[in-house]
Structures are given as structure tokens and as C-alpha cells.
Design a protein around this ligand. Structure first.
Ligand SMILES: N[C@@H](CCC(=O)N[C@@H](CS)C(=O)NCC(=O)O)C(=O)O
Length: 214
């Protein structure tokens, strides 16, 4: 049985949705960030960076949310979360998953943790935060345009893929920004479609996340 270490609404949301899509048995293990549990020795042995999430599958200990998503999709081909090896659909699913994790997710982390880059000076932190928000806006526009290209409601078109769970998680993280993902025309349809998916409803409810989710 899979074990997913999580904290509500953290980077575990995408793998959690995919576990629900797949229907495989799994256990959720709360890592209480409010008590610093993600920096305790026992968790650091699993996840040396002390970040959430971590997936356990037997002997395998896997960190990095996007890698966990990809692993789950590959382990359960019947769930249809990635196309066949060598297919264009698979290449595009990986392309968008990579874009989301190494571009948009990275920038969102700058928005939430500006002092990590700029130190404790509040003027610098505010400037970094606002710069990050402007860059995030450009990235959301690229994603919105992709949903035009694919004809939606998902990144690759009518068929839900592994990257859509990740996109939903990041859309949620923009919810308090001046122009959140839900205010972009195609992303608005995307998030509405996602919040109606049973896998999303189950994952968000299990994590105890209050509505509205995005
Ligand atoms: N690249 C990592 C980033 C994970 C990450 O930053 N998780 C946040 C929660 S969303 C965290 O644990 N932050 C605690 C910290 O940075 O100390 C992944 O995608 O798994």
C-alpha cells in the first residue's frame, strides 16, 4: 500500500488527486508543519530537504511532487494518466508537468517565501514578491493559451492527464494573488471542471481544505 506524507494543501495535493484517480489503496500520513514535523530527524531521513510530500511504495522512498505524480501514472497505465511510451501525448504530458514544476511552482515559491532570496529586509521582500507575481501572471497566460490550443477543458484537450492534477494544485496556490488563475478565461473553465471531478472532491475533503478550493 502506498503511503503519502502530506500537509493540507501542500505539494501533496497533485499526487493525492492522482491516487484517487487510480483507485489504488493508500494511507495518508500527516506531517504537521505547524509543529515543525517536516524538519524532524525521522522525516529528514525520508526527505533530506525537509519538504512535503514524500511517497513510500514498499522499499521505494520518493520525493519531489512531480516525480511522484509521474511514478504513479506509470505504475498504473490502466488509469490513462499518460499516453503510451513514445507517443506525442506522453511527450506533451511530460512537457507540461516539467513546465509546471520547474517554472510556475518555483516562481510561486518565490512569491510565498521572498525572504529566502532577499533576506529579512521587508522592502526587498515586497519587491521580490511583486516581481514574482508579475512573472506568475505571464506563466498563467501561457497556460491559458495552451487551453485554447488544446480546446480544453484540460491541458491536452478532452482527456485528463497527469499534468492537470499539478496545474490544479498550482492554480489553488494563486488564489490570493491580485489576478488568480480563476480570473483567466480558460483557466476558469479548467478549475471549474476540476472541482467537479470526484477525485478532486475526495482528495480536498480528506485533507480538510475549506472551500472555495481555488
Ligand atoms: N520541489 C519540492 C518542493 C516541495 C515544497 O516546497 N513543499 C513545501 C510545502 S508546499 C514545504 O514543504 N515547505 C517547507 C519548507 O520549505 O521548509 C516538491 O515539489 O516536492
Amino acid at each position: 500500500m502506498y503511503k503519502l506524507y502530506y500537509f493540507p494543501s501542500n505539494a501533496n495535493v497533485a499526487p493525492h488527486i492522482l491516487l484517487e484517480e487510480i483507485g489504488a489503496p493508500y494511507e495518508l500520513v500527516l506531517i504537521d508543519r505547524t509543529k515543525g514535523a517536516h524538519k524532524e530527524a525521522a522525516y529528514l531521513q525520508l526527505n533530506p530537504g525537509g519538504v512535503i510530500p514524500t511517497l513510500i511504495d514498499g522499499e521505494l522512498v520518493l520525493t519531489e511532487s512531480a516525480a511522484i505524480c509521474w511514478y504513479l501514472a506509470e505504475q498504473h497505465p490502466q488509469a490513462g494518466l499518460v499516453g503510451a511510451v513514445g507517443s506525442a501525448d506522453r511527450a506533451h504530458a511530460l512537457r507540461w508537468l516539467m513546465y509546471l514544476t520547474n517554472t510556475l511552482q518555483a516562481e510561486i515559491l518565490h512569491y510565498y517565501y521572498p525572504t529566502r532570496l532577499g533576506g529579512d529586509d521587508t522592502v526587498t521582500a515586497d519587491a521580490l514578491k511583486s516581481r514574482a507575481e508579475a512573472r506568475i501572471s505571464g506563466m498563467l497566460t501561457i497556460l491559458d493559451n495552451q487551453l485554447v490550443t488544446s480546446h480544453g477543458p484540460y491541458l491536452l484537450g478532452e482527456k485528463f492527464c497527469v499534468a492537470d492534477a499539478f496545474l490544479f494544485m498550482l492554480c489553488r496556490w494563486t488564489r490570493n494573488m491580485a489576478k488568480p488563475a480563476r480570473d483567466y478565461p480558460q483557466l476558469a473553465t479548467f478549475v471549474q471542471t476540476m472541482v467537479a471531478r470526484p477525485s478532486v472532491i475526495r482528495a480536498m475533503t480528506q485533507e480538510g481544505v475549506a472551500t472555495p478550493w481555488v
